[in-house]
Ligand binder design. Structure first.
Ligand SMILES: NC(=O)c1ccc[n+]([C@@H]2O[C@H](COP(=O)([O-])OP(=O)(O)OC[C@H]3O[C@@H](n4cnc5c(N)ncnc54)[C@H](OP(=O)(O)O)[C@@H]3O)[C@@H](O)[C@H]2O)c1
Length: 308
């Protein structure tokens, strides 16, 4: 049995992770943290977990977390980097759902996140947590920086095209739409029902923090620097991301895109390529939580458009 700990177990990603892990036959969640809900049983906060988990929130404590085999950080950026060095030193695997270990260029990370990185040496060792790109490296990694939400959608959509060099890598456009849960569970005026319902807006237009991460991944796939326009939008919905990707085909004559996508993702359990002619909706991946649907709900809806 793998002993797991979750730092940040009251947030949207933390509780989603908890739902997945609590149904996993090979994992026991032994520690779950929240500073604000210390002592409260998890099932009191999330009644859907009643009967599945007999655990109460505790404050983050490295000593306690170090008793686990793996510790997940479902926390804002800047938290995982402070506790990870000691956990790693003590042989614990660390999986960060936040942004601390995603971007390899530490100076670039610091400029986008406006935060000094406290363990740049670990960034070099971290594996980027996108299984469709890095499955083997993830298997053996001690530190994983999971891909961000928009970066997952944009990279998975472009991946088959860039790998095969079918599109002009200098002209990529990612038009992404996300629900309000992407901002986390903390209360803020901008995410209130009255502020977001019946409205759509672009945000982070001059530059969103996911831009350098997407650019890093696409550059790796293309094997050279890409030209990317990325504009995120806030939609009046709770879950899901819908991404429309644009690019210019190098050879527009019968590129066989449907077959390309079906073959590339044939053995990928987290990606479902829909039949030709159909269009995905975010609500299609909403529903009972299984490992697969939970992953997809948070991660991707891809619709591919192209022009000549
Ligand atoms: N929401 C999404 O759709 C989404 C998708 C992909 C990735 N992510 C990333 O996942 C991470 C978590 O996002 P979220 O939306 O789940 O956040 P959230 O809903 O705001 O929850 C944050 C969690 O972290 C804990 N926390 C906050 N500050 C902390 C600190 N200094 N030390 C220890 N624990 C702390 C909070 O509990 P206490 O304050 O009670 O300790 C809470 O449980 C972020 O880095 C985010 O960018 C989010």
């Amino acid at each position: 049995m793998i002993k797991a700990g979750i730092v940040g177990g009251t947030g949207y990603t933390g509780v989603e992770l908890l739902r997945i892990l609590s149904a996993h036959p090979g994992v026991s969640v032994d520690v779950i943290t929240s500073r604000s809900e210390e002592g409260i049983p998890v099932a009191d906060m999330f009644p859907s977990l009643r009967g599945h988990l007999d655990l109460a929130y505790t404050v983050p404590d490295v000593e306690k977390l170090a008793q686990c085999d793996v510790v997940f950080f479902a926390t804002p950026h800047g938290v995982a980097m402070n506790m990870s060095p000691e956990l790693i030193e003590r042989g614990v695997k660390v999986i960060d759902l936040g942004a601390d270990f995603r971007i390899k260029d530490v100076a670039l990370w610091e400029s986008w996140y406006n935060h000094e990185h406290t363990c740049p040496d670990l960034v070099a060792k971290a594996v980027y947590g996108l299984p469709e790109m890095n499955r083997e490296a993830i298997r053996g990694a001690q530190l994983i920086g999971c891909a961000g939400c928009y970066p997952t959608a944009a990279q998975l959509g472009y991946l088959p095209l860039l790998e095969k060099q079918l599109v002009d890598h200098r002209r990529l456009i990612a038009d992404c739409k996300s629900g309000v849960s992407g901002a986390g569970r903390g209360a803020s005026i901008g995410t209130l029902l009255c502020e977001t319902s019946e409205s759509v807006k672009a945000y982070g237009v001059p530059g969103h923090r996911h831009l350098p991460e997407i650019r890093q991944g696409l550059t790796q796939l293309a094997g050279r620097p890409v030209g990317l326009t990325f504009v995120p939008h806030l939609m009046p919905m709770i879950r899901g991301i819908h991404t429309t990707l644009y690019s210019v085909l190098r050879d527009p004559v019968d590129p066989g895109l449907q077959q390309l996508f079906e073959e590339r993702y044939a053995n990928e359990p987290f990606v479902d390529v829909m039949p030709a002619g159909s269009c995905p909706e975010t609500r299609s991946v909403k529903g009972p939580i299984s490992a697969v649907s939970a992953y997809i709900v948070h991660r991707m809806m891809i619709r591919l458009w192209y022009w000549r």
